[in-house]
Design a protein around this ligand. Structure first.
Ligand SMILES: [Fe+2]
Ligand SMILES: [Fe+2]
Length: 290
């Protein structure tokens, strides 16, 4: 909400509970916020303010300073991938470790999505683009809250175990270019979630942890939407720039992901998201003929 001379009114500030009066500023505040309850609350309030059209896309100047690393609490300790404890659904401790690592992935997704919104706020995308990513940012915040609450029900909390330090690297590696961000984050990393999600749900059900399985079902359903949204905007940008879609994706992944994409693939779910096997199968072995 702005006055006739473009100034923001105090009503805007009360809408999302911060000094932010536009989507870009609020997105930066979410990424920077180290208190995780405040981070997800702000994400939910910002989404509500955006969808009720109470805040604008950006303020004058369009320059927003995003941090190199998101705001996080002191715990969990972040470790390199090779030092991470092995993830398993066997036994109570194994299930807790699995849910803890998934919570960390969702928290990274919260920061990466709001980073995308703020970072690419001025590149001339349709309003639907921001609607879609605000919806994704809202759902990632809900996923993190669900998993964090579940850790609490199991007698622990997020931060009890070390977490993977590598996830934010994808955001840093792709901060220069939206097409690259879309290729790596939704179309490689989130698509991988579709491959492994159903098996994790089955294992949790087998271990009679229905509450955790039900949370993963919500996450899986939403992540399918996120991959579909990623595909939609990747195609949109390729068409706008007259690029060949599959070739562009494969070139970007080889350059910025730098490791092959591992099968087995959930081909059915990927196809439902608009991603045919010809899109990703040539990436299972770099250098092999496609
Ligand atoms: Fe998620
Ligand atoms: Fe997602």
């Amino acid at each position: 909400m702005t006055t006739g001379d473009g100034q923001q009114t105090s009503d805007d500030r009360s809408v999302i509970g911060t000094a932010s009066a536009n989507l870009a500023e609020a997105a930066v505040a979410i990424v920077k916020e180290p208190d995780l309850t405040a981070k997800t609350t702000l994400a939910k309030r910002t989404a509500k303010a955006w969808f009720t059209r109470q805040i604008s896309l950006h303020g004058p100047g369009h320059k927003y300073s995003l941090p190199d690393t998101p705001g996080r609490p002191d715990k969990p300790e972040l470790l390199p991938p090779r030092k991470m404890p092995k993830r398993s659904t066997a036994g109570e401790r194994g299930r807790f470790a699995l849910l803890h690592s998934l919570a960390h992935i969702e928290l990274s997704a919260v920061d990466m999505t709001w980073d995308l919104i703020a970072r690419f706020v001025s590149i001339g995308m349709p309003q639907l683009f921001y609607d879609n990513w605000v919806q994704v940012g809202l759902e990632e915040a809900k996923h993190f809250d669900l998993l964090r609450d579940r850790l609490g029900q199991l007698g622990g909390s997020y931060g009890d175990l070390p977490a993977h330090a590598g996830l934010w690297q994808a955001a840093q590696e792709t901060k220069h270019d939206l097409l690259t961000r879309l290729a790596i984050v939704p179309l490689v990393l989130e698509a991988r979630g579709l491959d492994v999600g159903p098996e994790m749900i089955k294992k949790l059900e087998k271990a009679e942890d229905q509450k955790s399985a039900d949370i993963l079902k919500i996450v899986y359903r939403d992540e399918k939407k996120h991959v579909a949204i990623g595909m939609y905007w990747f195609r949109f940008m390729c068409q706008r720039e007259s690029r060949q879609i599959e070739q562009t994706f494969q070139t970007l992944v080889r350059k910025h992901f730098r490791s092959p994409i591992r099968p087995p693939f959930n081909e059915e779910a990927r196809l439902e998201c608009g991603m045919p096997p010809t899109f990703y199968k040539p990436l299972t072995a770099f250098g092999a003929p496609s």
